[in-house]
Design a binder for this molecule. Structure first.
Ligand code: TXA
Ligand code: MG
Length: 323
């Protein structure tokens, strides 16, 4: 594997002005969002955006989301916004929602992998909001993990993997949502779900009416980067089934109750209280811990497919995929 040279002594802190300085100089900075940490750069500067792809070892065919402070800023970078997209932004921004919209030329093709739409997101984290309001440009930011690996939900996760490759990580604490934003595109006024995420499908449908589902990994050209194998630990991850062959070195990720007949030491419940939001918040950290543990393989019990449970199952399914 090609490893980018260590260029920086990476520091972690809460200084928004330091983050802004580095970004203004064209560097990449780790930033907190309410969903997962991002690896940000000036979205209007192709040379800066290239550094994101290098640091992440991300293929150029996988487009980046552009983060802006508010709806007015979103309008600066897009041509036409469907009425229902405006409605969704009004109802749920800032928040864990990304909307694919026709882009203006000012957004470099590198950001969108040549697509004529750009993913626009208005993040809710107060430090990132402050940062976006200081900067005279929007921030392109994918999740701050090496391509294909589990997304980071703390500054320490970012440091563990991107140390030396970026000068600064803005520390905003543990992410409140824990899974990435929900991605919605449009065919005219018809909303389409491309990635389930922090904002639930139920909430979106209550606001914008019925949504078409297009989340089959890797099957739709509108989202070339939504690859099947993603969010994956290095260890093998499979769905748990009743006839699964377990060993003492199998770890099981579950929701709120233990699978009967299996040692509790092997089982990791994401929310004994049965709260799907809490489970989502803990998902990636627990996957990382298990990846670093002496367990040899990981199995996951499917979560209730409601609310943010849809996003949890999606991430587990992609982690389980070997393609
Ligand atoms: O919560 C989030 O969305 C986080 C935080 C950092 O904001 N970001 C994030 O970015 O998850 P990333 O790059 O890890 O995932 C973005 C996904 C990719 O699968 C990419 O293919 C898709 O969004 N995407 C971005 N722009 C697109 C576009 N114009 N058309 C289709 N898919 C797009
Ligand atoms: Mg990602």
């Amino acid at each position: 594997m090609y490893l980018a040279p260590m260029e920086y002594e990476t520091s972690i802190g809460t200084a928004v002005d330091r983050a802004a300085d580095w970004l203004s100089k064209g560097a990449c900075v780790g930033v907190p969002t309410e969903t997962v940490y991002g690896l940000a750069a000036n979205a209007l500067d192709e040379a800066a955006v290239l550094k994101i792809f290098e640091a992440k070892q991300r293929p150029h065919f996988d487009p980046l989301i552009v983060h802006v402070a508010d709806k007015a800023a979103a309008e600066q970078f897009t041509t036409t916004i469907p009425e229902k997209a405006k409605k969704l932004f009004t109802a749920f921004s800032p928040g864990p929602l990304t909307i694919l919209l026709p882009k203006k030329k000012i957004i470099p093709d590198l950001v969108t992998s040549g697509l004529d739409t750009v993913g626009i997101r208005i993040p809710a984290h107060p430090l990132l909001q402050q940062l976006l309001r200081i900067l005279p440009f929007p921030l392109a930011a994918p999740s701050a993990n090496p391509f294909g690996y589990i997304s980071p939900t703390t500054a320490a996760h970012v440091y563990a993997q991107l140390q030396g490759k970026i000068p600064y990580i803005l520390d905003g604490g543990a992410c409140a949502v824990g899974v990435e934003s929900t991605i919605i595109g449009f065919d005219g006024e018809q909303p389409i779900l491309y990635r389930p995420g922090g904002l639930s499908l139920e909430q979106i449908e209550a606001c914008a009416g019925p949504v078409l589902i297009s989340t089959e990994p890797g099957s739709h050209p509108a989202a070339p980067g939504m690859l099947k194998s993603h969010y994956a630990p290095r260890k093998k991850l499979n769905w748990f089934t009743n006839n699964a062959a377990l060993t003492p070195r199998t770890a099981i990720i579950g929701f709120d109750h233990y699978v009967p007949g299996i040692a509790k030491e092997n089982q990791f419940l994401l929310s004994p209280a049965g709260d799907l939001q809490e489970a989502a918040r803990r998902l990636f950290a627990v996957m990382r811990e298990l990846d670093a543990s002496t367990f040899e393989e990981i199995m996951a019990v499917p979560f209730p497919a409601t609310g943010i449970g849809l996003a949890i199952n999606d991430r587990l399914r992609r982690a389980a995929s070997e393609e």
